[in-house]
Design a binder for this molecule. Sequence first.
Ligand SMILES: Cc1cc2nc3c(=O)[nH]c(=O)nc-3n(C[C@H](O)[C@H](O)[C@H](O)COP(=O)(O)OP(=O)(O)OC[C@H]3O[C@@H](n4cnc5c(N)ncnc54)[C@H](O)[C@@H]3O)c2cc1C
Length: 281
Amino acid sequence: MYPKPFDYVMPATLDEAIQKLQQDKAMALAGGSGLVPAMSLGRAAPALLVDLRQLADLAGLAPRPEGGWRIGALTTYATLATSQTLQENYPALAEAIQGLSDPAVRNRATLGGALAEAHPASDVAAAVLALKATLQVRGPAGARAIPAAEFFTGPGQTALKAAEIIYAVDLPAAGKASAYEKFKNPASGYALCGVAVCLEKAGGKIVGAQVALTGAADYPQRLADVEAALVGQVPTAARVSVAAAQIGAARLNFVTDLAASAAYRAHLAEVLVKRALARVA
Ligand SMILES: Cc1cc2nc3c(=O)[nH]c(=O)nc-3n(C[C@H](O)[C@H](O)[C@H](O)COP(=O)(O)OP(=O)(O)OC[C@H]3O[C@@H](n4cnc5c(N)ncnc54)[C@H](O)[C@@H]3O)c2cc1C
């Protein structure tokens, strides 16, 4: 199939991009690795493509004065996959990207594009949830910060409002004790189940825990009951097993499709939570 006819602009500033995005059926274009195939398949039919790639300020990593790092929304997976900063400070995000797709996709796909796309099996979605990232967005009403935990609101849905652009993703200082575990669909390479974890420890006990799931349920989300079973505890193998058993299969909407049943995905979730926690506990 071919895309429906559309207009195309490449704004020089973020303000201009926001203004263009207020036109009827306008859509942002970043790497195009998700949007262009969607247009070819008729799943997206923008009347205007607003190409963000000239906004050079939106690419790259920089330390934040208050601690942690800021990643520009246009930073590609290829850049992130080879980033020493990411590998040393945020292993969960580095691992989520390293195992993802092929060089052609990694050279084009951007962090902001992936988060805005909000694929139910997005690897980076789980990582930013576990790392307690904050998405910085700007739109017609100005700038606002959206905690990752509030960003994914349903299958393919986000908290982004019309004409809002993600311009950066902020990561807090604590992220070293993090990991990502993925069980791939052998056909597509997407996660049948992916789990990202991040722990903070003090005095031999867990004082902060974020555990996030992707691919297995209807959208990427944190596992509050697993987290609650970890905080205040000594991170032993037995405690990790008890916590992993709290994935809340009854409360989560695990997916059944051609690739796997909901019951199998729930089983994978528990196994991967244990594996990821064992690496950081
Ligand atoms: C062959 C293939 C295999 C893949 N495998 C995996 C996989 O294993 N795991 C995985 O997680 N993903 C996978 N992906 C998905 C890929 O990671 C995403 O499609 C990609 O990251 C989207 O980023 P992009 O920059 O190309 O966004 P685009 O395709 O340009 O845009 C995607 C969507 O986000 C919007 N958008 C883009 N940038 C912004 C912004 N800054 N602010 C607001 N809205 C914006 C666009 O309007 C569009 O709706 C795969 C994709 C392909 C093509």
